[in-house]
Design a protein around this ligand. Structure first.
Ligand SMILES: *[C@@H]1O[C@H](CO)[C@@H](O)[C@H](O)[C@H]1NC(C)=O
Ligand SMILES: *[C@@H]1O[C@H](CO)[C@@H](O)[C@H](O)[C@H]1NC(C)=O
Ligand SMILES: *[C@@H]1O[C@H](CO)[C@@H](O)[C@H](O)[C@H]1NC(C)=O
Length: 346
């Protein structure tokens, strides 16, 4: 209740306040002829005003407290990743996904060797899978669209869209993530976060009550990653990599199809979709993700109403907005990939 009030207050107050500032600024300017930079400034203010009045809904996580913590724990605080989806078949979790608007979920194509939607459930707003949760909803799926050029032997174009049978209502626990726009750049070293309900080690399922796990991983350049995987798999431009270089500290397991996200100023932007990796906690083998920014037009060709929010990401490797780069104690080796392509479990 309190949250709702604060939120509405912010929602109403900021546009009014910025309108006030905008007119104040204009008033003080009215005697002067506008120089070019004044005009630029006004454009900027107009833009700001527009953003405040018509905020795009993606990428906000009101319950995410990462900024106030030193290290994200093993368990993600409830609501930290409100776009996180657990894909379940006959009530059993098999892959992750991310909510990208009120009716579509982004995931990996290798999660769906069959595009039958029967007994398939998308669980949103969840935290611990084994504890009943009033904030969570289970939805059925009306359509699965694997990328037409997905190649199972190369893992290229490992991306898929799920259409929910009905739109979902956004809450503090259920919100869409923004997607990296086609001109995004993710420099090596940029801090990203990955979340999932996967096993905590090879053949070692997430212990009861199966809370959502989170781990932070830096981006690894494609050239470094391609060199690491040489002889195993080609790292294409449609892929990106993230992980710690030193072995034993990298997370290697997780939910395929789940999101790799980073923060652009105030919005969380999905950079990648968990795709594959070699082994578990092996040194020098970062996790490989589908590069979301390559699929803006493909995604928009299928989602024509209420399109997802695409945001340009230009993180320079030092600015993360998502907390410091940290080394993980060994007990934080989270299992993020439950469906490794190289150690398949689908
Ligand atoms: C997958 O990629 C391999 C290697 O490039 C190619 O030989 C094969 O024909 C592709 N398969 C499909 C179904 O496109
Ligand atoms: C990137 O997206 C913009 C806007 O959607 C579009 O105009 C442009 O052609 C796209 N560029 C590429 C390389 O796809
Ligand atoms: C954040 O997104 C906006 C809008 O796409 C873009 O103009 C800006 O450069 C981005 N900033 C960073 C730090 O990525």
């Amino acid at each position: 209740m309190f949250n709702t009030l604060v939120y509405s207050f912010h929602f109403l107050f900021t546009p009014i306040f910025s309108l006030f500032l905008f007119f104040l600024h204009n008033l003080s300017d009215s005697q002067q002829t506008l120089s070019e930079s004044d005009e630029q400034q006004q454009n900027h203010q107009l833009q700001l005003f527009h953003e405040l009045c018509f905020p795009s809904v993606c990428g906000s996580a009101p319950l995410n407290k990462l900024g106030t913590k030193i290290v994200g724990g093993e368990d993600a605080a409830a609501g930290s990743w409100p776009w996180m989806a657990s894909l379940q078949h006959n009530r059993e979790h098999f892959c992750g996904g991310s909510l990208i608007n009120n009716q579509w979920v982004l995931t990996a194509a290798h999660c769906f060797p069959s595009t039958s939607t029967s007994n398939l459930i998308v669980y949103l707003g969840g935290d611990a899978l084994q504890i009943p949760n009033p904030n969570a909803v289970s939805l059925t799926v009306s359509q699965i669209i694997n990328h037409p050029n997905y190649n199972g032997s190369t893992s290229n174009n490992d991306i898929s869209l799920l259409r929910l049978s009905s739109p979902v209502k956004f809450t503090d626990y259920i919100r869409p993530v923004c997607l990296a726009a086609n001109d995004s750049v993710f420099e090596a070293g940029t801090t990203c976060w990955v979340s999932g309900w996967g096993t905590v080690a090879v053949n070692n399922p997430l212990p009861s009550p199966q809370r959502l796990q989170e781990v932070s991983v830096p981006i690894v350049s494609n050239s470094q990653c391609d060199a690491a995987y040489s002889g195993i798999r080609k790292i294409t431009n449609n892929m990106m990599c993230a992980g710690l270089d030193e072995g034993g500290k990298d997370s290697c397991q997780g939910d395929s199809g789940g999101p790799l996200v980073s923060k652009n100023v105030s919005k969380w932007v999905q950079a990648g979709v968990v795709s594959f990796g070699k082994g578990c906690a092996l040194p020098k083998y970062p996790g490989v993700y589908t590069r979301v920014s390559q699929y803006q037009s493909w995604i928009n060709s299928h989602i024509t109403n209420n399109q997802p929010g695409f945001v340009t990401f230009e993180g320079d490797g030092s600015v993360s907005g998502a907390g410091p780069l940290v080394s993980f104690p060994v007990h934080l080796l989270l299992s993020i990939f439950s469906l490794f392509v190289l150690s398949y479990k689908a």
